[in-house]
Design a protein around this ligand. Structure first.
Ligand SMILES: [Zn+2]
Length: 464
C-alpha cells in the first residue's frame, strides 16, 4: 500500500503550530499560566478540540484549521443545547425559590421551608415516574421550587452537576423525569520539567493532583517516584477533561504519556483492548504492568519528596546495609510490590516488625521496621500487588521512622531493576493492528504538540 504519509507528517508541523496559535489567540487555551517561579518556563497546557484520536479513521488525523474551528463551534453549540435542556423546566413564567438540603432534612422539612404544605409533598410523591432518588437526599444538595399563582408547578432536585430529577405538573397530576446531561470530552496536552518536585511541576502544567497520581501509577513499574526522581526529569501527557456548559467537571483518562527519568524515556499508550478493558501499553504493545511495582510506598508520602537535592539520611543501622530506605512518617501505608503470599510476619532482630512475602520464581520481598501489620497479615495470607500489608515505623534497629525494603532472588539480595521479570500480557494478536495505528498516532501527537509549544514559545520570545 502506497500512501503519502511522510509528506503529511512533514506538513503537519506548521499547520498544527498555526492551529495552536489560533487556539491561543481565541482564548481557547486554558492555562498558559506563567507563574513567577522556576518551574514556570518549563510547563505548558494546551487545550485542543475533541476529534484528536480516531483509531477507525487514521486519515482524519490531518485536521485542517477550519475543521478544528468547526469542531470547537459544534462542541460549544452542544453545550448550549445542554443548558437549554437544563432550563427547560424553568422556561415558563414560574417564580423560583431554592431550598438547600440540611442535615436531618426530610422532604417535608424542605417543602415547609419553601412555604409549601403536606398536600404538596403528597402530590409530588404521587408523581408518575421514578422517585427513588428522593430517598438519597443529602445535605448540601438543592431543591428548586417553581410556583405560579402560589401553586407548586414544578420541582427540580439537583442530584449532581450532571443529574437532576425534574417533577412538573401536568393536567392529571405530577410527572417525574430524570435528566442526565452528557459530559463533553476535551483533549488536552501538558508538559513539564521537574525542578523541585513532580507535584509542583505537574501543578504548574495544569494537572490536578489525582492526574499526577495517575501518571505516577502508570509509570510506577519502571520508575520509583519516591526515590528516583531528579531535577530535569520531564513529562508529556495527552489527557481528557470532561466539560459541561463550557466548564470542566472532572478529569478524564490519560490517553498517552511520556516520562523521562534520569535520561531514560518511557512511553505509555492507553488502549481499550477487546479482551480485558482499557490498559496502558508500551508503543510496541507490551504491557506497562510488571510483576513488581518499583516503590512499596506512595511517592507523595515520602518525607524527602520535597527536597530532591538532599537525599534523606540513612536512619537505621542494620549491619551490611542491603536494602532501600524510604523515609516516611509513622503510620504511612506500606504496599506489597507484587502478588504473593506472606512467608513471615513478626519480629526479627534489627528489622523489628517485618513482613516477608514469597512471590514465586524464587523471589521474596522484605519490609522492615513496621509500626504495625495490616489486618489479616499473617504467615500464609495471600496478598495482591498494591495491597496494604503494614505501616511505616521505627521498630528494631532504627533511629527514625522509615521503611527498609529488600528484594531477594533465590536467597540473595538483588536490584529489582536489573532482574528480568515477567510482564503482564501484551496486546493480543487480534488487537495488534489497531493498537499499532493508535500507537503511531499518539507518539506523533506527543512530539507534534511538544514541537508546537516549543516554536510558540520561541515565537513569543522573539517578539518580546
Ligand atoms: Zn535500610
Amino acid at each position: 500500500m502506497t500512501d503519502s504519509r511522510p509528506a503529511v507528517t512533514e506538513y503537519r508541523y506548521p499547520r498544527l503550530h498555526l492551529l495552536l496559535a489560533i487556539l491561543i489567540s481565541t482564548a481557547l487555551v486554558v492555562a498558559l499560566t506563567l507563574l513567577p517561579s522556576p518551574d514556570a518556563t518549563a510547563t505548558r497546557t494546551v487545550r485542543l478540540a475533541q476529534p484528536l484520536v480516531t483509531v477507525e479513521s487514521p486519515a482524519q488525523e490531518a485536521l485542517t484549521v477550519a475543521d478544528e474551528v468547526e469542531a470547537v463551534a459544534a462542541l460549544e453549540e452542544a453545550a448550549d443545547a445542554q443548558s437549554e435542556a437544563a432550563a427547560a423546566v424553568a422556561e415558563s413564567n414560574f417564580t423560583w425559590s431554592v431550598a438547600e438540603v440540611k442535615k436531618g432534612d426530610t422532604l417535608s422539612h424542605i417543602f415547609k421551608r419553601a412555604g409549601l404544605g403536606p398536600k404538596d409533598v403528597q402530590d409530588v410523591l404521587a408523581a408518575k415516574g421514578d422517585l427513588s432518588e428522593f430517598k438519597k437526599i443529602h445535605p448540601g444538595q438543592q431543591v428548586r421550587f417553581g410556583l405560579k399563582d402560589e401553586r407548586l408547578e414544578a420541582l427540580v432536585y439537583v442530584i449532581s452537576r450532571t443529574e437532576t430529577l425534574q417533577v412538573r405538573r401536568e393536567s392529571d397530576g405530577f410527572i417525574a423525569e430524570m435528566k442526565v446531561e452528557d459530559l463533553v470530552p476535551f483533549t488536552s496536552y501538558s508538559e513539564g520539567v521537574i525542578t523541585s518536585s513532580l507535584f509542583l511541576a505537574a501543578q504548574k502544567a495544569g494537572l490536578t493532583n489525582s492526574m499526577t497520581m495517575e501518571l505516577a501509577n502508570i509509570f510506577g513499574y519502571d520508575v520509583d517516584f519516591a526515590l528516583d526522581i531528579r531535577k530535569g526529569d520531564s513529562f508529556k501527557v495527552i489527557y481528557q477533561e470532561l466539560h459541561l456548559n463550557g466548564e470542566k467537571v472532572r478529569d478524564g483518562d490519560i490517553l498517552a504519556a511520556q516520562f523521562t527519568n534520569q535520561g531514560k524515556t518511557f512511553t505509555a499508550i492507553r488502549y481499550d483492548t477487546s479482551d480485558r478493558g482499557a490498559d496502558y501499553f508500551t508503543p510496541e504493545g507490551m504491557s506497562m504492568r510488571k510483576a513488581f511495582r518499583r516503590s512499596p510506598v506512595d511517592f507523595a508520602r515520602i518525607s524527602s519528596h520535597f527536597n530532591l537535592a538532599r537525599r534523606h539520611p540513612v536512619l537505621h543501622t542494620i549491619r551490611a546495609h542491603k536494602g532501600t530506605d524510604y523515609a516516611a512518617s509513622t503510620g504511612t501505608p506500606i504496599k506489597a510490590t507484587g502478588d504473593g503470599k506472606v512467608a513471615f510476619a513478626g519480629w526479627k532482630g534489627g528489622y523489628g516488625r517485618v513482613v516477608i512475602l514469597t512471590h514465586g520464581q524464587g523471589i521474596q520481598t522484605l519490609y522492615g521496621h513496621m509500626s504495625g501489620f495490616a489486618r489479616n497479615i499473617r504467615a500464609g495470607t495471600r496478598v495482591s500487588q498494591g495491597q496494604v500489608i503494614g505501616y511505616v515505623g521505627a521498630s528494631g534497629l532504627a533511629t527514625g521512622p522509615h521503611l527498609h525494603y529488600e528484594f531477594y532472588v533465590n536467597g540473595s539480595v538483588r536490584n529489582p531493576v536489573t532482574v528480568k521479570l515477567p510482564q503482564a500480557e501484551p496486546v493480543s494478536t487480534k488487537d495488534k493492528p489497531a493498537f499499532m495505528a493508535l500507537s503511531a498516532q499518539m507518539q506523533n501527537q506527543l512530539s507534534t504538540y511538544a514541537a508546537a509549544i516549543k516554536s510558540e514559545t520561541l515565537a513569543r520570545l522573539e517578539t518580546e
